[in-house]
Design a protein around this ligand. Sequence first.
Ligand SMILES: Cc1cc2nc3c(=O)[nH]c(=O)nc-3n(C[C@H](O)[C@H](O)[C@H](O)COP(=O)(O)OP(=O)(O)OC[C@H]3O[C@@H](n4cnc5c(N)ncnc54)[C@H](O)[C@@H]3O)c2cc1C
Length: 464
Amino acid sequence: MTSYDFDLFVIGAGSGGVRAGRLAAELGAKVAIAEEYRVGGTCVIRGCVPKKLLVYGSRYAGAFADARNFGWSCDDLRFDWPTLIGNVRREVDRLNEVYTRTLEKAGVELLLTRAVLEDKNTVRVANSDTPIRAKTVLIATGGHPMVPKLPGAEHFITSNECFQLEQLPESIVIAGAGYIGMEFASIFAGLGVKVTVLHRGDQILRNFDADLRDGLAEAMDKRGIAIRINTDIARIEKEAGGFRVHCKNGDSVQVGLVLAATGRLPNTMTVGLQNAGVELGWNGHIVVDEFSRSSVENIYAVGDVTDRVNLTPVAIHEATAFAETVFNDMATPVDHAMIPTAVFSDPEIGTVGLSEEAAREMGHVVDIYKIAFRPLKYTVAGRDEKMLMKLVVDMESDKVLGCHVLGPDAAEIVQMAAIALKMGATKAQFDATMALHPSAGEELVTLRHKWEAPTPMAGSDAAA
Ligand SMILES: Cc1cc2nc3c(=O)[nH]c(=O)nc-3n(C[C@H](O)[C@H](O)[C@H](O)COP(=O)(O)OP(=O)(O)OC[C@H]3O[C@@H](n4cnc5c(N)ncnc54)[C@H](O)[C@@H]3O)c2cc1C
């Protein structure tokens, strides 16, 4: 009979790996986990958590400005980056310890080293000649930032390095307008950095609802963030005091720092997957079934490395389902429908379900309910900024297919709306829900009138 050193070997101690390793151990499995950088992975070390703390830090600028009309004097304001980033790093260190202790407490053997597959049951870790045999292997190696290939690409920093900056630049170019680009644009702008976003597409935030994309682009523009769409970078040159970013259209921008926020790729190239015959998809992700099983029967994969929906709660959910399926004898498929998500830009976005465009593309005939209004707080603060709320409703079934919010606390509002959408709530049920007043969220249950596209004026192109 084949003997194994471990029932489960997990490669990668990020959101997915830590959850799967801990649960499997709690269910009685003998588990080892290898981590080549820091326990906690992207989310804790250089993603969601430190990013959100920087978001909080950057939003004080707006809060101080709003405070004046509420009677507060906020003179002599100063911002100190080393204080903020130092405190963020301390919190990351604390969480790193919490995650490490969690694994230890569950009895998981932690190997702080790189691990590579030699075959489907054998793992080799750096600094050891002894191969490790495991019955089941879980790949939870996450992803890494992709940097565009162009002359001077070595001058790019990525989101990883944003958390290592010792000082803030006076100006920055951000290449890419996905959610990470938009979040860092807002963080840097809030902290007083002059931000230019260069984006090759025709609007920010591809795949989000068009009203959210247009609304956020307009709000960021009002806040002085220059967003140049249809603009591709040709090359980057180092010059005294910074860099010159040359665009393909002949323009150039001089800045202190250049950040690539142009997408992420799965970490599959250096894990030895080819030695085990694991099938990879078009962008190098591990192809898995609904139980996160790869093409090799004892090798599973969860999280960003599978490139399904690259978010922390999804990685955790997939890991939980994996542990239930393999170690608790309860086949648990993962349902990827109705995943709420946020863009922690300023203003922020919360969204769940289908965009209007996606709903129509899928063949739904939809009613649109939407409202743009000035939140109560901004009336006294004197802020010229609107909040947007939108529901996409299936005309036939009355089900709410999508809920989209742009403005303060959008993420918090949409997290709750996501429960209703997941349960298949109808517009009539939204309407039957009592409003909580005065709040912004109450607008979602008081949207009475269907939105109709403005009638084109006689003689205009659209009327033709
Ligand atoms: C800047 C940024 C902001 C984000 N913000 C959000 C957000 O607000 N909300 C949200 O839900 N998601 C956010 N995400 C996405 C989220 O961080 C990821 O979806 C999540 O961390 C994925 O978890 P994972 O377990 O798949 O991988 P990871 O957390 O990336 O963990 C993978 C781990 O594997 C390790 N590893 C890789 N190869 C090996 C090897 N061969 N041997 C040993 N160890 C290895 C890595 O060092 C890493 O620690 C953000 C991501 C970024 C980059």
